[in-house]
Design a protein around this ligand. Sequence first.
Ligand code: ADP
Ligand code: ZN
Length: 619
Amino acid sequence: MFGLQSLRPLQHEAIRAALEGSDALVVMPTGGGKSLCFQLPPLITGKLTICVSPLIALMQDQCDGLRLLGYPAAAVHSNQTLSDREELRGLVARGELRLLLVAPERLFVGTFIDWLAQQPLGAIAIDEAHCISQWGHDFRPEYRRLSELRERFPDVPMHAYTATATKRVREDIQTQLSLCDPAVLIGTFDRPNLTYRVLPRQDLECQVAEAIKRHPDAASIVYCIARKDTELLASQLRQRGIAAAPYHAGLSAKTRSQVSADFRAERLHVIIATVAFGMGIDRGDVRLVVHAALPKSIEHYQQETGRAGRDGLPAECLLLYSAADAAKWRMIFERNAQELGSEPEVALAQLALLSQMQRFANGTRCRHRILSEHFDQDYPPPNCGACDVCLQELEAVDFAHITAQKILSAVARTGQRFGSSYVIDVLRGSKNEKALLRGHDQIPTFGLLQAVPSQRLGNYIDQLVDQGLLARSEGEYSVLTLTATSAAVLKGQQQAVLVAPKQELAARPSPRHERRSGSGSASGSASDRETADLSPPEQDLFSALRALRRTLAAELKLAPYMVFNDVTLEELATVRPRTAAQMLRVRGVGERKLDSFGKRFLQAIASHCDQHGLEFSDS
Ligand code: ADP
Ligand code: ZN
């Protein structure tokens, strides 16, 4: 029915636990295939599973997608009429339903839960289970009441699913839901198909535009910290001819749902958003996630970059970073603490998370490794082949040590009383009135780094701070000071190293092509995710099939990815089946979808092959 060839290892274990009737906590990264773990067992046991899911839009999509496969699923939400509900109860009474999707708040309305308690349930699945934890990044008050479920359904196995990896959240889920001796199944967090890059932010508009151009016709999400930043960047991109729309919580509900709908229907590819654009994203073909500024924690970064490449195909995650971002976050934390009167402990925890994120951004070790280690997982491959560090896009700066000495000396000579922009002015010898007034044009380092652009200097200062060779005070006016190790560098007893991006990325091919043309993935990606190289005529066929998918989806009022995802379309473009039997062997093509869409796709492939002289499959 699902058109899949095999289960992934963790899916096996999760499904086994479900069939054995034990409780389970399943932690899998985004795109890991959690849904199948609660969709498959009811088909085998013949019993109804209740699935609690946080967003109505997502639920309805999942439900429509399942029905398209011929899977007996339904959703319960507040927009339903009385007769919808009657119909639903009928389906359940006749034992015709296998999966019932319910929003958490809906569970506890009226007598619904009493009615549920009388039904012979096979299992209760809690999707996005981290929403129950205050320690998570997506806490939802309506999830809290799910702790009542164990009491109401003492004998029904409960399975919690999440992509959030932190131990604290995991333990919290287990406690809140009173999971009983659960099978705890934790997947690998690494996402081998994502290429991570961090670049100093220099010209945001230009850097984002270049990144988007590396992924023509593909979905891209750009995350900004503030609402006004999303509006500004979107309009700048539009002026450059890139159709981009802003998305943030300050827009009207109508505008937001229009933007989401356009994105979902593939009428719109580029969204410039705040974190408000999140869980409801169901496009699996997001090929680029840009962070226009530093996110406030590695968890947020992982969650947001996790929206790229959910279909398993290569995707790029680009972080454009400037030290000013961290200062901005600190101000936000302070303001929130004052407004909400929260505990000082909370602010300290936030600052600790922020500095971990900063270390990641300035780090010069494999990004896949740092992320894996952050989530307490080993990362054996010596070279991931999918981050700027391993792809050797960074290089050690010439004369780094002397440059570092000049910077440290400028900090010392100006009395350790100024922030980086002032120190940069001094180093670049700018005729800053204040510098002249203070006599700082007389110090030996004045103008010594005139040739280095100020953005670059700012990034060097960040690197020195991250290496502990300089310190930056907290607060609105952060001041640079020397540290215990500064003296060793100044005296030449310790060498300082600085790195910079090697070449402009604009000239690079998209990672989609890059990964296939042999930079290799040493990271042991699941074999079911690898696809063949598309030749230019195959690429054209792929584009034609995407257009057909959009048309069919519009006719059926479905999201295009529900018809077939990119993995299936790529395989159709390389295999080029001539018959229904051949088409059925392609990943993601099951009997039901073959029935619904097979003819149109086979026709499209045949006419494209004829026109362009492409061979058909001979198997
Ligand atoms: P999650 O909910 O964990 O983010 P999904 O359940 O949405 O992930 O699955 C992500 C993608 O992986 C989907 O496109 C799905 O069809 C695909 N998938 C799931 N299981 C398998 C499998 N065993 N083999 C191949 N593809 C799979
Ligand atoms: Zn790497």
